[in-house]
Ligand binder design. Sequence first.
Ligand code: PYC
Length: 315
Amino acid sequence: MRRVKAIDSHTEGEPTRVIISGGPDLGSGSIRDRREIFARDHDDFRRMSIEEPRGSDVLVGAMLVEAHEADCVAGVIFFNNAGVLGMCGHGTIGVVRTLAHLGRIKTGTHRLDTPVGIVQFTLRADDVVEVANVPSRRTHAGIAVQVAGLGVVVGDVAWGGNWFFIAPSPLKIPLQLDRAAELTAHAWSVRRALATAGITGDDGGEIDHIEFTEPARRADCAWRNFVLCPGGAYDRSPCGTGTSAKIACLVADGKIALGERVGAESFIGTRFEGWHSIDSAGAIRPTIAGRAWITAEIELLIDASDPCAAGIPKQ
Ligand code: PYC
């Protein structure tokens, strides 16, 4: 019987499962190299640890490993039901809360070693976690795409650690839970239309996150969003990388000032706060702040005779 220890948390509603022991040996190379080894050789572990029947499509996994870079409290590899990830904002907040729960960090500023580089974060005394995200940018403003069932949809393409297409909610569908199925179907159509039209990020990267927005319902937020993630689940949090991408658009439009704090409201009504600085290379550097709560300390059991030892068998 294989045993894998994990800590579950949710960040403003979006779950993260941090693998703390029993994961595969990925060697001692850079975290980027270890992510490649994980993706190439351990896809069964990825599927087993977060997908059904031990998890769900919504769960984001985070493998905690020894850091490679100096002065980092840990290394981390994020993954979801579609594969491995570079950066995950809500997942980083979940990892930080988990490290505090394990007694491995105290309040203050620390560094995390990730496949996209070192991410600095601050665990505040009020339990809010601030994550200094990667440089973010808008690459297309007001691009029009012909979408089946919707007609022409106009939106922005932006990078916030993942590629996003950001547009007002189609057909003005309210961003609320009882409309999730419709919004999911339309977001898939937008994603397909972007791919068909050959619209990508400026590095050729697929736009695999679709973000719909509407005016905020909360007084402390500037917008509310619905974000469809690559594996078909929608983000329950305001999406850290999605909030960063939206901030890049607002900065490009001159709608927010340096350091100005804005609230992002999620599809379920939870909140991140974001603001930005400009780094020495002139890039927009968003910081995202939010909270996470520990929901379980668990041990996954994998019995070799279990037909679902690597998740639901692929058809
Ligand atoms: O918080 O960056 C994020 C994120 C991406 C996908 C799900 N959450």
